[in-house]
Design a protein around this ligand. Sequence first.
Ligand code: ADP
Ligand code: MG
Length: 202
Amino acid sequence: MSETVLDAAFFIRWMTATAAAVDEQADRLTELDSAIGDADHGSNLQRGFAAVVTALEAEPPATPGAVLMTAGRRLISTVGGASGPLYGSLLRRTGKALGEAPEINTEELRTGLGAGVDAVAQLGGAAAGDKTMLDALIPGVAALTTSFEAAAAAAEEGAVATVPMQARKGRASYLGERSIGHQDPGATSSALLFTTLAEVAK
Ligand code: ADP
Ligand code: MG
């Protein structure tokens, strides 16, 4: 990957673009969650990322790590559903891995996100193939070795690949075989994170 340098402003733009994408896709995310969950995924993330943007605007952090740790904390404190603590851990753990450097490169971001994804797996006890956000996050991070665009495509493919899966974690798992045939809402929103990352990197 190219020698792109990523600073705090880049990460604030990423979080702001994610909030906008979540707003735009909220109805779709809630619709997916109404099929195999409790129809709140869109509103959960809308509330969470709106709070993230408010916090980042009120006091813009100076480093990439601090931006993501602030974002993660806000998600944990504002989103009641399973996705709040899980996305919160993803961003907090990634932010922690980025340390206090004022600028990072794409390789450091990939490594940091890898640590964040591990934190999600640890907190939720899920693995690849369980029909969760991990099914988009894992391929997305893996494809970051190629490019931001490749990561967005891989995460989107991962989200679509959850359709034939049977959910083994989270609310959707209560449905057993009836969870088959629907795209996982969390995998869908995770793919959005990579789409916005590719957008802001352009
Ligand atoms: P809730 O399930 O509490 O209503 P949301 O609707 O906001 O929360 O989020 C649901 C999404 O969270 C699911 O689609 C799935 O991707 C993700 N999820 C749920 N449980 C887990 C878990 N244990 N590990 C990873 N992701 C999970
Ligand atoms: Mg839900």
